[in-house]
Design a protein around this ligand. Structure first.
Ligand SMILES: NC(=O)c1ccc[n+]([C@@H]2O[C@H](COP(=O)([O-])OP(=O)(O)OC[C@H]3O[C@@H](n4cnc5c(N)ncnc54)[C@H](O)[C@@H]3O)[C@@H](O)[C@H]2O)c1
Ligand SMILES: O=C(O)C[C@H](O)C(=O)O
Length: 309
C-alpha cells in the first residue's frame, strides 16, 4: 500500500510517523512546499525504524508530485494552523488556495486515490477538495470526528477514572464550536454514561470538548498535532486494511438526516471503498436542533468558499 501525506508540518509528519511505525503502509511519501522539510522529516522517520522495528519506508519530496503516483490514500494537511485569537474559519482564504492546488496535483498522479482532508476549516476544505477533484463523495472525506470524539473520551476517562479504551462515543456536526457530542450514544464499558456521571459534570465536559482545539492553541500558540496526526492515520488504516470501522467522518450529505449538499461529520463505515455507508441515527428533537445549528454554520462558510472559487 502506498500513502501520500501532503504537508510535512506538525500534523503531517506525525501522521507519516504513525503510518510508518505501525506499518499501515509500506511506502509513505511525504510532500511539502518548503525545500528540504519533507526530505528531512522522512529521513528522521526512516532512521527510527531500527529502534522501533518497522520496515515501512518514508520518502520526502519538495513539491514533486510525480513521486506520489498511484497512491492508494492521500492525506492533505498542508495549510496554515491558527494562532491564539483566531477561529478555524479565519484560515479559509489561504487554505482554500493551498487545498485546491494540492488536490489538483494529487488527482493528476493518483486519480484512484481516496483523499482525507485535515486542513482547516475542515468541513469547508473537504468541500474544496471534493469540487476540485470531482471524485465521488465516498472517496473524499475530512478528519475531525475521530479527534473531537477522542478529546471527549479522554476527558470522560479522566473524570470517571476509567480507561479511555472503554469509552465509546459518537459526535456529529461541523468541526467547530457548533460540534455535537451525543451523550445518549456514549457508553462506558457498555453502561450509558448518564448513569455514571452528574449532568453538570457531563455538560462541562461537552463544553470543553467543543473548544478542545482552542484550549491547545492557547497553550501552545499553534494547534495540536499528536492526536490529529494519529486520528488521520487511523482513518488510513481503516481504508487500506478494509476494516469496516465505524467512525465519525466529514462527508457530503445527500439527503441523510434530511440534509442535502452540506459537509458534516456523521458516523460512517470506513473500509476499502472509502465511506461505504453513512449511518443514520434516530436523533431526538434536541439533538436534531443542535445538528441543524451546526449545518447552518457550515453552510455559511461554504458560501464564503463559493465566492473564492
Ligand atoms: N482536522 C483537524 O482536526 C485538524 C487538526 C489539527 C490541525 N488541523 C489543520 O491542519 C493544518 C496543518 O496544521 P499543522 O499544525 O501541521 O501546520 P504546520 O504549519 O506545522 O504544517 C503545515 C505545512 O503545510 C506546508 N504547506 C503549505 N502550503 C503547502 C503547499 N501548497 N503544498 C505543500 N505543503 C504546503 C507548510 O510548509 C507546512 O510545513 C492546519 O490547517 C490546521 O488548522 C486540522
Ligand atoms: O484547533 C485547531 O485549530 C486545530 C484543530 O482543528 C483541532 O481541533 O485541534
Amino acid at each position: 500500500m502506498k500513502v501520500t501525506v501532503v504537508g510535512a508540518g506538525n500534523v503531517g509528519a506525525t501522521c507519516a510517523d504513525v503510518l510508518a511505525y505501525r506499518e499501515i503502509a509500506n511506502e509513505i511519501i511525504l510532500v511539502d512546499i518548503k525545500e528540504g522539510l519533507a526530505e528531512g522529516k522522512a529521513l528522521d522517520i526512516w532512521q527510527k525504524s531500527p529502534i522501533n522495528l518497522y520496515d515501512s519506508r518514508t520518502i520526502g519530496v519538495t513539491n514533486d508530485y510525480s513521486k506520489t503516483a498511484n497512491s492508494d490514500v492521500v492525506v492533505i494537511t498542508s495549510g496554515l494552523p491558527r494562532k491564539p485569537g483566531m477561529s478555524r474559519d479565519d484560515l479559509i482564504e489561504t487554505n482554500a488556495g493551498i487545498v485546491k492546488s494540492v488536490t489538483e496535483q494529487v488527482i493528476k498522479y493518483s486519480p484512484e486515490a481516496t483523499i482525507i482532508i485535515v486542513s482547516n476549516p475542515l468541513d469547508v476544505m473537504t468541500y474544496q477538495a471534493h469540487i476540485t477533484s470531482k471524485m465521488p463523495r465516498n472517496k473524499v472525506m475530512g478528519m475531525a470526528g475521530i479527534l473531537d470524539t477522542a478529546r471527549y473520551r479522554a476527558f470522560l476517562a479522566e473524570a470517571l477514572n476509567v480507561s479511555p479504551k472503554d469509552i465509546q462515543a459518537v459526535l456529529m456536526g461541523g468541526h467547530g464550536d457548533t460540534m455535537v457530542p451525543l451523550p445518549r450514544y456514549t457508553t462506558v464499558g457498555g453502561i450509558p454514561v448518564t448513569e455514571l456521571i452528574d449532568k453538570d459534570k457531563l455538560d462541562a465536559i461537552i463544553e470543553r470538548t467543543k473548544f478542545g482545539g482552542g484550549e491547545l492553541v492557547k497553550l501552545m500558540g499553534t494547534s495540536a498535532w499528536y492526536a490529529p496526526g494519529s486520528a488521520a492515520a487511523q482513518m488510513v488504516e481503516a481504508i487500506v486494511r478494509d476494516q469496516k470501522r465505524v467512525f465519525p467522518v466529514c462527508v457530503k450529505l445527500e439527503g441523510e438526516y434530511g440534509i442535502d449538499d452540506c459537509y458534516l461529520g456523521v458516523p460512517v463505515i470506513l473500509g476499502k471503498g472509502g465511506i461505504e455507508k453513512v449511518i443514520e441515527l434516530d436523533l431526538n428533537a434536541e439533538e436534531k436542533a443542535l445538528v441543524e445549528n451546526s449545518r447552518q454554520h457550515v453552510k455559511e462558510v461554504m458560501a464564503v468558499l463559493d465566492k473564492l472559487n
